[in-house]
Design a protein around this ligand. Structure first.
Ligand code: ADP
Ligand code: MG
Length: 349
């Protein structure tokens, strides 16, 4: 078979790790990114710089690839749709349109009879007045948020003015879940409807940014099964092709809720690189490129630590890693506060 050229939109750490996995499978990668200093430049075979709505550059990209995927959800629907008219895009642009919008995403999940926290659309400040039942809550922009960006904790309507919120954007108000734990389930679904699923991962956030992920998750059998079943239902209903992650909340009464869906590889799944025979990245490439499916085998328990901002520095130039420790540097040009700079995975026997 002739060599496959995979286009990836987005050049951050996920694009880098996808490119790395592609190389092992002899798949060539072309990254398209709106950042000239994108980290994935260091890992891909070819790099195209352009804005995500720049028609000419996008056409140049389409000409170079056989199939396209993406590493983040905030890509204009029109762009993915245009690409999909000429070369297949996985996951399908219509899926991304649902998931890139927090309201559409929650409506979709609830239609499957899967629990989410209570929520409501907020178009103007006065909408909050009739929604006191949802307080304390979190106000989130319906689009473009990540790592807690565009989110405001709201305890009382009277205090909203002090937060200087720009109500010209669309928001969703979510009732705050009294969290006991957060977990995620990663599943890869293939074009023949078959799938491979990883065991639930336990996640700890600091300042709304993921800090630690580990397997096994310390959860009941009930939650283990329910989270897996819900992830399977979501992937099936979307007719998803590729790797998908479902983030869950568990409350203090052992109720499970879907928090959000990522239509892509996910930070909590970085430990799959070392803890499984096939990583979430390799599985994604296998699925979108229609390569052979390999049965998943867990090799080890593991813990992943995100290195945020200057935390990366002590690991660069350090020779003190143990045999069971794996350090990943995303090679981002600038060290910035609250920015994911790399991660460390520790295998636990
Ligand atoms: P992002 O797109 O930034 O990942 P999330 O909706 O996943 O946005 O929110 C980030 C984190 O903030 C969650 O993982 C959780 O720790 C906390 N959080 C968000 N929404 C809620 C909620 N409704 N109840 C409790 N905690 C929440
Ligand atoms: Mg999240």
């Amino acid at each position: 078979m002739s060599e496959i050229k995979l286009g990836i939109i987005g050049g951050g750490q996920l694009g880098s790790m996808l490119s790395d996995a592609a190389r092992k499978l002899d798949v060539k990668t072309v990254i398209y990114c709106d950042d000239l200093d994108a980290p994935a430049k260091n890992f891909c075979d070819e790099f195209i710089y352009g804005k995500y709505d720049e028609k000419e550059k996008i056409n140049e990209f389409i000409d170079k690839v056989d199939v396209t995927t993406y590493e983040f959800e905030n890509i204009p629907f029109e762009t993915l749709n245009e690409i999909n008219k000429k070369k297949p895009v996985f996951p399908k642009p219509s899926i991304n349109r649902i998931i890139q919008h927090r309201l559409a995403e929650k409506d979709f999940v609830n239609k499957l009879n899967i629990r989410t926290t209570q929520y409501a659309a907020i178009d103007k400040k006065s909408d909050l007045d009739s929604l006191r039942d949802l307080l304390p809550g979190i106000l989130k922009t319906t689009t473009m948020g990540y790592d807690g960006k565009g989110q405001y904790a709201i305890k009382e309507v009277e205090k909203v003015d002090t937060l200087n919120i720009d109500f010209s954007k669309g928001y969703i108000l979510e009732k705050l879940v009294k969290l006991k734990k957060e977990i995620s389930v990663i599943i890869t679904r293939f074009r023949n409807n078959d799938y491979e699923i990883y065991e639930p991962i336990e996640n700890i956030h600091e300042d709304q940014i993921l800090k630690y992920s580990s397997i096994p998750a310390n959860i009941s059998e009930n939650i283990f099964n329910q989270s897996r079943n819900w992830a399977i239902s979501i992937a099936e209903e979307l007719k998803f092709v590729g790797t998908l992650c479902v983030e869950f909340f568990i409350d203090r009464n052992e109720n499970l809720y879907v928090n959000e869906i990522a239509p892509r590889v996910h930070n909590s799944g970085h430990l799959t690189i070392n803890a499984y025979n096939v990583s979430q990245f390799e599985n994604h490439i296998r699925a979108v490129c229609s390569l052979e499916k390999v049965s998943l085998k867990k090799l080890s328990n593991a813990k992943m630590v995100n290195l945020i901002g200057s935390q990366i520095e002590q690991y660069r130039n350090s020779n003190s890693l143990g045999d069971n420790e794996f350090f990943f540097d995303y090679l981002k040009k600038e060290v910035k506060d609250k920015r994911k700079m790399g991660h460390l995975t520790i295998l636990i026997k």
